[in-house]
Design a protein. Structure first.
Length: 236
């Protein structure tokens, strides 16, 4: 198994763009948007993907339905994700949703991951809470603490508490991926400046066997910081 799998509101990945698509209570019009960005370190669900990464994507939304793709540089090759689903936002600021995501890779960086995604959350004033539960299958095999094959099924739970641009995310892998991919916490802050979105964060991951031997790491625990710059625009 390689370095990649790894939902929602934690790092700069697909789910962040999913939640920006207009929900049913906001608009029933077709929208097409683009996005692009640069990450000093690409870390997704607590697992490092690349030391630096250019990325970008296109999203289509209509009445709460969304369809999109997102690409990023990994080492070696390109990650390309495709996702679709539906998000409904209630008048009180709460939302629920579900979708499907496939993660694909070039240059044998990793095997593919295919997962179903469930979302829920809400906001009031400057406080927000976002929840994700994803479950899927890896086109490879996860290992346990002793290096034995566990299987190819995984699930991932994440909870993000936000306040005025600051956020705290806890994420955890379970099922066959529990020993390989572990748990993570991310603390960060996001702000807008001159039309760009700037994010700085620190990610701590533990109980993740995949980290052993990665970039000279000698145990299953790692702490990394990253900054990102991204921007988006309307196509239609």
């Amino acid at each position: 198994m390689n370095k990649k799998i790894t939902g929602l509101l934690g790092s700069a990945a697909i789910a962040a763009s999913v939640l920006t698509i207009p929900a049913t209570s906001l608009a029933d019009e077709l929208s097409i948007t683009g996005n692009a960005g640069i990450l000093s370190d690409y870390i997704y669900r607590g697992i490092p993907q690349n030391d630096s990464s250019g990325n970008g994507g296109i999203d289509l939304g209509f009445g709460g339905f969304y369809l999109g793709t997102w690409l990023a540089q990994v080492n070696p090759g390109i990650e390309y994700d495709i996702y679709a689903g539906y998000i409904f936002e209630f008048d009180n600021g709460m939302y629920v949703g579900g979708g499907y995501t496939t993660y694909q890779y070039s240059d044998n960086f990793d095997a593919e991951y295919n997962e179903f995604n469930l979302y829920a959350g809400g906001s009031a004033n400057d406080v927000s809470l976002d929840l994700e539960f994803s479950f899927g299958e890896y086109n490879g095999e996860f290992l346990d603490d002793n290096g034995n094959t566990e299987g190819d099924n995984y699930n991932y739970f994440a909870a993000t508490l936000g306040y005025s641009g600051a956020y705290l995310t806890y994420g955890r892998f379970d099922d066959d991926a529990k020993d390989d991919l572990g748990q993570n916490v991310e603390v960060g802050y996001t702000m807008e400046l001159a039309g760009f979105e700037l994010t700085g964060a620190v990610v701590h991951t533990w109980d993740a066997n995949i980290l052993e031997g990665l970039d000279g790491n000698d145990d299953d625990e790692e702490t990394e910081a990253y900054v990102s710059i991204s921007w988006g625009w309307d196509i239609l």
